[in-house]
Write a protein of this length. Structure first.
Length: 451
């Protein structure tokens, strides 16, 4: 008997230690069993308390009265499937007649408390079927990406969502994106992770980094073109527009619109072209868009208008030519001047890290997901990398990218440097990799004056 008590105490101590130090291990070893028992045992009572039940049909009430039997209980949504995952549980429910998916979504917070889970989110699978994704622990506290995340052409994993699923950046579905975040909010790490994932793809990377290249130039071996100042950036954008026009001429030449051509064979973008004719897609990364929009003189104002106009044209027309935009900045607001809101309207994906003011959050989500504005301004300083992401559909969620050091990103770019395509239109902006080190004179600190 004593050995049994000792074993139980040892297991309890081990479970408590794992829950404190290794929540993922605790979930896989103990938590998934406890959570499944709680959900199944409390299900009917919780559904009734949350108002997610419907009265029994009239014919059952009539049969109960005629047979002098007790009144049937209200009916809860049917459990179609309960599936454990590495981060929680997935509960698929079949709604009863008269129920709506919005009712389940509105009760997610109460379901979280009742089932003892860390988080509960819902989404409608199809008419009458709702899926609840429940997480057993804070998956964003220590991000661990799955070892086998799915990757495909122009679709890469970049972060982990709050429901334990992987957040992907799919350029063919949502071509252009806006990423904002204050200093030390994790925006640069998110960008490094994106570049490291894209480095293994058949894609041309083009960068604009007006901080003298300190963010993107260490990754230069994988970039086909780089600009480190606004003047060079303006010329680079003009070259991209010229390349875009050439690609459109190629598509028109290969459309093959004849009476015997199938609709699926008519080319409308680069992905409809044969493999041997398809130009390489281009991802343009702008590290700090505000540096391109600010000006102090008349000449700089003309350059600024030229840059913003070029970015807006690429955002409006570049998708079919295989040119995709990743616009990043600490702040993105209408005070940057004319054309900014027009550019924002073309950026379907919005990702906001911690911001210093509500105006920046409104500029990111005010037109697509007003609920995400409050979530953005509540991101704490102690959680770098935590962000809110949404798209034009109005949906949004919390994500956090895994920490990717600059060294890891550089190694990934160097490993796949042989995939860097050469674009004739951008040869003038190809980064110089082997340049002699030039010593930089740093002024010596002056000694304090003595009296």
């Amino acid at each position: 008997m004593r050995w049994l008590i000792a074993a139980v105490v040892l297991v309890a101590v081990l479970a408590g230690l794992l829950r404190w130090r290794r929540p993922a291990w605790y979930w896989l070893s103990f938590g998934v069993t406890f959570a499944t028992c709680r959900v199944l045992g409390r299900y009917r009572a919780v559904m009734d308390a949350c108002g997610l039940t419907v009265p029994p049909p009239r014919w059952r009430l009539a049969i109960a009265r005629m047979a002098n039997r007790p009144v049937p209980e209200p009916r809860a949504p049917r459990i179609l499937r309960l599936r454990p995952t590495r981060t929680g549980l997935v509960l698929r429910l079949g709604l009863q007649p008269g129920q709506d998916a919005f009712d389940v979504a509105a009760s997610c917070d109460r379901l979280r408390h009742s089932f003892g889970m860390f988080g509960v989110t819902s989404r409608e699978i199809r008419s009458g079927v709702v899926e609840l994704r429940m997480t057993g622990y804070d998956v964003l506290r220590r991000v661990q990406m799955p070892a086998r995340a799915e990757r495909s052409t122009m679709r890469v994993p970049v972060a982990l969502r709050e429901d334990g699923d992987v957040h992907y950046r799919d350029y063919r579905t949502t071509p252009h994106a806006l990423t904002i975040g204050a200093t030390k909010s994790g925006k640069s790490v998110y960008q490094r992770n994106l570049v490291a994932e894209l480095a293994a793809q058949e894609v041309a990377l083009v960068g604009i980094d007006c901080k003298q290249g300190v963010e993107l130039f260490p990754l230069a071996r994988r970039f086909s073109a780089l600009a480190d100042n606004p003047d060079t950036a303006a010329d680079l954008l003009d070259a991209l527009i010229s390349h875009m026009e050439d690609v459109y001429q190629l598509i028109r030449a290969e459309q093959r619109i004849t009476a015997d051509t199938l609709d699926a064979d008519i080319a409308a973008d680069i992905w409809d072209l044969p493999d041997h004719l398809r130009p390489v897609p281009i991802v343009l990364l702008v590290d700090e868009v505000a540096e391109l929009a600010l000006f102090a003189t008349k000449d700089e104002e003309k350059r600024r208008d030229r840059i913003i106009t070029a970015l807006a044209r690429l955002a409006q027309l570049g998708r079919a030519a295989g040119i995709y935009l990743e616009i990043c900045g600490q702040r993105f607001g209408s005070e940057l001047g004319k054309g900014i809101t027009m550019l924002r309207a073309q950026l379907s994906v919005r990702t906001a890290h911690r911001v210093n003011d509500e105006t920046s959050a409104n500029m990111a989500f005010g037109d697509i997901a007003p609920d995400a504005v409050l979530a953005t301004v509540q991101i704490p300083v102690s959680a770098p990398g935590l962000a809110i992401t949404g798209d034009a559909s109005g949906g949004w969620s919390r994500i956090r990218s895994p920490h990717t050091s600059l060294r890891a990103a550089v190694d990934a770019c160097n490993k796949h440097a042989h995939l860097t395509p050469e674009l004739p239109a951008l040869d003038a902006f190809r980064p110089v990799l082997a340049s002699p080190a030039v010593p930089v004179a740093i002024p010596a600190p002056t000694a304090p004056a003595t009296h």
